[in-house]
Design a protein around this ligand. Structure first.
Ligand code: AMP
Ligand code: MG
Length: 490
């Protein structure tokens, strides 16, 4: 039996300027590290066959499966605010698209599969560490219920990649609703190719926003749709303490998924100005800046769409501003509603927002662990406050706040156990903590030991369950385990 991918490619049918046709570069000795079996089934693929050497050869880019139409996608992007007119897939190749069990079209892309015409000086390869990191964090995001690209497989290439030192090489199979980015629109807009922008917008509407197709002003509605999805997405990031790390416009997905897990990280102690990325020296992509940056990126998207709005520039700009103006309210609504759920409020009352802000302020001042404070607050709802207050350097700060919180929750009619259950359903016990991710990567890269990786992936698949056998995975790092910086790993 050969592995069959039911490809139905639509992006490679777009005009030639949208991509470069290029096959993956074969690697020496592919070995499957991890196959995401449930995702394979969801995609209509046979997991048993993907686990054979033939399957591994495909997932490593050594053999191109039948029906694939491998391409590197063209895109541009603002990197840390500076426009680069041509980026493109320099180390990724889109094999094609399949329709999943729910009828959703999904891209299947190999990341680290060799050079493309967009590689510039890069080698088109990926090191094992960043591949494992993306696998772990993207699947953790999925389990947390946050829109994200997925990881179908990680394959060891049997080759080394040269970075500062020689590192083991790997290929990640990434699955996405699409890989169309704000930067994809920018690529054509920068070339003043309005017909291509229109073609791309039409493709995106059919694929991601089909409900807008017959509206009178579909391109306006498209912008509004992307604004809404990004506002919701960034709110959800903040609610779990996620820091993307490189919110460049080329890493900003039109479908509203989290994409490009480079130096991303979850914060341990709550600190709104937290930055982990080694290259983010100015803190442009700090935790609390993320909504502002998302809006900035959306403004870049709007600029690309202006020629589709109206021939009159001023009119088009006014309309775009109007649509972009919705971002703040949409973000705040999603963020505040999420925070209310996190602290166990079932109704909305005056003073709620200030009450919650006071908790966040106290957490920041007391270096309280973001994840555990909210998780343990769920237990405080049934009068077991010990673990929640233990998160605060000065537990009295929690006590003062908790007194006001208890008075407030008493105004809702739900029982304490109902409240605890509702809070535990939104406040995860387990997140991919940096020190855990690092330890897993070290064990794999240095000792060829993948057991810690397997265990971490397993624990993170059920982030809202207590999983007492794995309780240690919930712990914040000890002072000497703290990871202060993360790297792109390109
Ligand atoms: P990223 O950091 O993944 O957002 O990538 C930014 C740009 O650099 C994209 O155009 C990538 O394709 C390109 N790039 C990153 N790493 C490599 C590499 N190893 N070889 C070639 N191009 C790369
Ligand atoms: Mg990128």
């Amino acid at each position: 039996m050969t592995v069959h991918f039911p490809f139905q490619n639509s992006y490679s049918a777009l005009p030639d300027s949208f991509f470069a046709r290029v096959a993956p570069t074969p690697v020496a000795a592919p070995r499957l590290i991890k196959l995401n079996r449930p995702l394979a089934l969801q995609l209509g693929l046979d997991p048993d066959l993907l686990e054979t050497p033939e399957g591994a050869a495909i997932l490593a880019g050594k053999t191109v499966p039948e029906g694939a139409d491998p391409i590197a996608m063209a895109y541009a992007g603002h990197q840390f605010g500076h426009f680069v007119p041509q980026l493109g897939d320099g180390r990724a190749i889109l094999l094609g698209e399949v329709i999943d069990r729910d009828g959703v079209r999904r891209d299947i892309q190999l990341k680290g599969s060799g050079p493309t015409p967009f590689s510039r000086r890069g080698d088109g390869r990926a090191a094992l560490g960043p591949v494992l990191r993306e696998y772990i964090v993207s699947e953790a995001m999925f389990a947390l219920g946050i829109p994200t690209t997925r990881s179908l497989a990680a394959v060891f290439t049997g080759e080394h990649v040269i970075r500062e030192t020689a590192l083991p090489g790997a290929v990640l199979t990434r699955v996405a609703a699409s890989h169309i980015r704000v930067g994809t629109f920018q690529f054509f807009a920068a070339r003043r190719d309005t017909e291509a922008v229109r073609r791309l917008a039409d493709h995106v509407i059919v694929r991601h926003y089909p409900e807008l197709r017959d509206l009178e002003r579909p391109y306006h509605a498209l912008l509004a749709g992307v604004v809404a999805r990004q506002a919701e997405l960034v709110a959800r990031w903040l609610l779990v303490g996620f820091i993307h790390g490189v919110m460049n416009t080329d890493n900003s997905s039109i479908s509203g998924e989290t994409i490009d897990y480079g130096p991303c990280a979850f914060m341990d102690a709550y600190n709104p100005s937290q930055v982990f990325s080694s290259i983010d020296e100015m803190g442009r992509y700090a935790y609390a800046n993320q909504p502002r940056i998302a809006q900035w990126n959306l403004t870049r998207l709007a600029e690309c769409l202006l020629p589709l709005f109206s021939d009159e520039q001023e009119k088009a700009v006014a309309e775009a501003q109007d649509i972009l103006g919705a971002f703040s309210d949409q973000f705040s609504a999603a963020y505040q509603a999420g925070l209310r759920r996190k602290v166990g409020l079932f109704t909305e009352r005056d003073g709620d927002e200030a009450l919650i802000q006071d908790l966040l302020d106290a957490m920041a001042k007391n270096q309280a662990d973001f994840t555990l404070t909210f998780r343990k607050l769920g237990d405080a709802a049934v009068d077991d406050s010990a673990d929640a207050r233990a998160q605060f350097m000065e537990p009295a700060a929690f006590d003062e706040w908790a007194g006001r919180w208890r008075a407030r929750i008493a105004l809702d009619s739900q029982s304490a156990t109902e409240r605890q259950a509702a809070m535990h359903a939104v406040n995860p016990m387990f997140i991919p903590r940096n020190h855990r991710v690092e330890a897993v990567i070290q064990a794999a890269a240095n000792d060829d030991n993948y057991a810690p990786f397997e265990e971490l992936v397993k624990v993170l698949a059920k982030p809202f369950d207590d999983q007492p056998a794995y309780a240690a995975y919930a712990d914040p790092p000890l002072p000497d385990q703290r990871v202060l910086q993360t790297f792109c790993g390109t």
